[in-house]
Design a protein around this ligand. Structure first.
Ligand code: PLP
Length: 403
């Protein structure tokens, strides 16, 4: 990979494309992330927002709720700032926080009409795929899995009709790239909503709504928070889809199901988002350097990273990811499953742990987590590249690969 392909454009500049989206975007994404909403507490002048812990809100003498809030299962003051920052970053109309990424996605799926049909990727975050098979299908929701790197396959699947197209790009853990604009065109032609799991790319690199998506989802547990200490999820809706019954029902179900985030977690998430741009830039640069370093190394059967020029989908990724290709990559170790597990066992700097998007580097043998129905090769190690010194990371991987 050339340096040019690693850093195609600065994510801290050039947000003119935000014009026409709901949230005002006068500054670059990095500035919005760093300053948050820029609000100063009116009572105290505090530049850091307080943690709102109240679960209940006062009625006026006539029993009305003049400030619009009733009870924190429906809506919490603790959500105002993190939701506003995320809405601006994603260029949407409004956002909702949830107790986890799974809760965010599941609530959206539950809001679909009875007998709805979802078209989802064959390779996607394993937990959500399992939810679609084990929970959605038995509940009468039709689910078709297709290769989302192949837009002809998506068009074919949509011949059967659909209410929701779900994509994830780059997608866990093979990092296949989906053309968001084309998926949006096909979904809308079929009368379906396009929802994008943007966890791996983050709004610093990709803003799916600019490419035609209706709803963006995050496991905010990952990059948005970035410190492996908060479990959270988010949905953001485009201006065009905000009035849809699907979004309104999703909001109603969040309150009815109580799949809400605690105030302290919401505050930590807000704090994490303020360093999002700098963390994503650093993790992306580190991942690109690692991919480049081990590319062609005989100890590695394959490196899966959308930033490599010969990776299928690289051109689409270069079009829809600005400023880098993310901090996630997978290494397929020559010698198969045992060699991969031995290699992971020798690492000192990388923690052998699930999850991704934190400041620390993690590595995981996905096939053993996902089980026998997983489409993941058993020589694959998924790597969440952190923000450590890249020389130290490369040296650790190099030593662990052995001779
Ligand atoms: N989507 C992606 C891409 C993920 O990696 C994950 C978690 O690993 C989820 C969704 C689910 O999010 P959570 O673990 O916050 O429920």
């Amino acid at each position: 990979m050339t340096d040019k392909t690693v850093a195609a454009a600065s994510p801290t500049s050039g947000d003119a494309a935000a014009a026409g989206t709901g949230a005002e975007m006068p500054y670059a994404r990095a500035t919005h992330a760093a300053r948050g909403t820029g609000r100063v507490d009116a009572a105290t002048g505090a530049v850091v927002s307080p943690i709102h812990v109240s679960t209940t809100f006062e009625r006026a003498a006539d029993l009305s709720y003049p400030r619009g809030r009733v009870y924190s299962r429906a809506d919490s003051a603790a959500y105002d700032e993190p939701e506003a920052v995320l809405t601006t970053l994603e260029g949407g109309a409004e956002s909702m926080l949830f107790a986890s990424g799974m809760a965010a996605a599941a609530t959206l799926f539950q809001a679909l009409p009875q007998g709805a049909r979802i078209v989802a990727p064959e390779v996607m975050y394993w937990g959500l795929r399992k939810w679609l098979i084990d929970v959605a299908r038995p509940a009468g929701i039709g689910v078709a899995f297709v290769d989302m790197t192949d837009m002809a396959a998506l068009a074919g699947a949509l011949d059967g009709g659909a209410d929701l197209v779900w994509i994830e790009t780059p997608s866990n853990p093979l990092w296949g790239v989906t053309d968001i604009a084309e998926a949006a065109r096909l979904a809308h032609r079929a009368g379906a909503v396009l929802a994008v799991d943007n966890t791996a790319a983050t709004p610093i690199l990709t803003r799916p709504i600019e490419h035609g998506a209706d709803i963006v989802m995050h496991s905010a547990t990952k990059y948005l928070n970035g410190h492996s200490d908060v479990l959270a999820g988010t949905l953001t809706v485009s201006v065009g889809a905000a009035g849809d019954p699907l979004w309104q029902r999703t909001r109603m179900l969040r309150g009815m199901n109580g799949s809400v985030l605690g105030p302290f977690e919401a505050w930590l998430l807000l704090r994490g988002m303020r360093t999002l741009a700098i963390r994503v830039e650093r993790a992306s640069a580190n991942a690109a350097a690692i991919a480049r370093h081990f590319s062609g190394d005989p100890r590695v059967r394959a490196i899966l990273y959308p930033g490599l020029p010969d990776f299928p989908g690289h051109d689409i990724a270069a079009r829809q990811m600005a400023g880098g290709f993310g901090g996630m990559l997978s290494l397929c170790v020559a010698g198969g499953r045992d060699a991969a597990i031995t290699m992971a066992g020798r690492l000192r700097l990388f923690a052998r742990a699930t999850s991704l998007g934190g400041v620390e580097s993690l590595i995981e043998h996905r096939a053993s987590i996902e089980g026998p129905t997983s489409p993941v090769p058993d020589d694959l190690l998924r790597v969440s590249v952190g923000i450590e010194d890249v020389g130290d990371l490369i040296a650790d991987l190099d030593r662990a690969l052995g001779r």
